[in-house]
Ligand binder design. Structure first.
Ligand SMILES: [Zn+2]
Length: 496
């Protein structure tokens, strides 16, 4: 994530179209029968696709812990399962803040005798939940969707949940981000667009999920949008269909965009955008397919920028190992004072330029391919992205790199934040230290162990933990292996 300077001079006000919530109308794909959703705190049993009668004396089950165990963000996630794949079917119209959604969650139990788990999920009315094995009931404790299985699942047993929901998203701020008014779906009336802001804790404001980078999954998106608009998501566009009948609750037809991303992805990096976009395509000299979705007035700018982006992605590949995913690009958004490293399809503020593009691109390696075990370690994501951006900008001027890092270090020493780098106050997660002090630490580490050990260590870190997540101690361990020396004193000095 990177703030733009814009937010320093104006305060953001997200324009929400003043549209009343729609009636509880079913999305076109939903089954005909609807079971009334329980209100908060209530519980109800919903028939699954298969009729299953539980034993009269059910074996004692185990509940998945309603926290994945991140000490910095204990409200997120659940330990009882691991998601393999999400299919998100959404009807999105920028003129209406009410949406229809259908999430299919394919997962496996990670504990024996699992009979209760929770997904992170805030807001929306639930129309129906079906399951395989069938017969689950559900309730809605705060910010969670609790699922109870009539028969406990064995460790490693696969299950599927299908959640049909609708409504106007809950608009509330994150406990971690001072510069965004609300998380989840954003509706920009000025440009008639929808997009998502979800770092660190906003994915569950638009779909039910295990909302933590420790549980990555592959994704498929089926986005129905108003005729003539474009639906954008992560990965590759695999199909489009026009004139889909009854695409919206009022019976209007729409256009369907199907995207697939077959690489593990943290839920906060999933994205969906709808707008009047044009697609700009190119291929880097090294063969990476680039496709961006931009506003028509910026088409020429992006076409002219394509050679630079190609050079940038190949240059990062040469430093850290090949680009880890299938395609890359940006989707422009208006009215957001930040950009976000959504995997393979970066949310790019219209006011951002090449420096922010480099920052978000570098996150594909640092934060996306290897994610954080704990949000308290955000310095590793933002510090590396800041450092790599400076490396890119000074790629032909090593003295310039040295000078920039010295300036940052002096500024940090002159104006200490007063908190440890590895445990910022929640509202300082995206503060100066995570970016600039983080970058200074990476540069100091490179100076300490030398170029060869530094780049070898970083590449090993990406190979070893790619597709998953890693912790600060695991990063230190890899760098110690590469350098052949203990780095205890080094890290203690920077993290006190
Ligand atoms: Zn960032």
């Amino acid at each position: 994530m990177k703030k733009t300077l814009l937010i320093l001079v104006i305060s953001l006000a997200l324009v929400i179209s003043a549209c009343a919530p729609q009636q509880a109308t079913l999305p076109p794909q939903a089954p005909a029968e609807v079971t009334a959703a329980p209100t908060q705190g209530e519980s109800t049993t919903v028939p699954g696709p298969q009729t299953q009668v539980g034993p009269t004396t059910a074996p004692a089950g185990t509940a998945g812990e309603a926290s994945i165990g991140d000490p910095y963000a204990p409200e997120l996630g659940n330990t009882g399962y691991d998601v393999d794949h999400y299919t998100l079917r959404l009807s999105l119209d920028p003129e209406q803040t009410a949406i229809s959604g259908h999430a299919t969650i394919q997962a496996v139990s990670t504990i024996d005798q699992l009979d209760e788990l929770s997904l992170d999920f805030t807001g929306f009315e639930i129309d129906q939940i079906t399951s395989e094995p069938g017969g689950v009931s559900f309730s809605r404790p705060a910010n969670k969707l609790q699922i109870d299985f009539p028969t406990p699942l064995a460790q490693g047993e696969a299950f599927t949940l299908e959640v049909t929901y609708h409504g106007t998203p809950t608009m509330e701020p994150s406990a971690y981000v001072p510069f965004v008014d609300s998380l989840g779906l954003q509706f920009d009336a000025e440009t008639s667009t929808i997009y998502v802001v979800a770092e660190p804790d906003g994915a569950h404001y638009w779909f039910p999920c295990n909302d933590h980078p420790q549980d990555k999954a592959t994704f498929r998106f089926e986005l129905t949008v108003p005729e003539g608009q474009v639906g954008v998501a992560n990965g590759s566009l695999v199909d489009t269909r026009t004139e889909v009948q009854n695409a919206f609750p009022d019976g209007r037809p729409g256009d369907l965009y199907i995207w697939e991303h077959n690489y593990p992805m943290a839920p906060y990096l999933a994205t969906a955008a709808v707008g009047n976009y044009v697609r700009v395509e190119s291929t880097s000299p090294g063969g990476v397919h680039l496709r961006s979705y931009v506003f028509p007035e910026n088409q020429a700018y992006f076409e002219n920028l394509s050679p630079t982006l190609g050079e940038m992605i190949d240059w990062m590949g040469a430093q850290f190992g090949p680009y880890p995913f299938e395609e890359f690009g940006y989707v422009q958004v208006n009215g957001l004072g930040a950009s976000l490293e959504t995997q393979t399809m970066v949310i790019l503020s219209v006011s951002s330029g090449e420096s922010t593009m480099a920052h978000e691109l570098s996150h594909m390696w640092f934060g996306d391919w290897v994610s954080l075990d704990s949000w308290g370690e955000i310095w590793r994501n933002e510090g590396m992205a800041t450092y790599v951006t400076q490396m890119w900008e000074a790629r032909n001027n090593p003295d310039g790199l040295e000078q920039a890092l010295q300036d940052w270090e002096q500024d940090i020493e002159a104006n200490p934040s007063g908190y440890p780098l590895g445990s910022p106050p929640k509202m300082e997660m995206f503060g100066r230290d995570s970016y600039y002090k983080g970058a200074v630490v990476f540069h100091a580490l490179r100076t300490e162990i030398g170029d060869q050990a530094f780049f070898q260590g970083v590449q090993t870190y990406l190979q070893r933990y790619g597709g998953g997540s890693a912790s600060d101690p695991q990063f230190q361990e890899v760098m110690e292996e590469a350098s052949g020396k203990s780095l205890d004193n080094f890290f203690e000095a920077w993290f006190e």
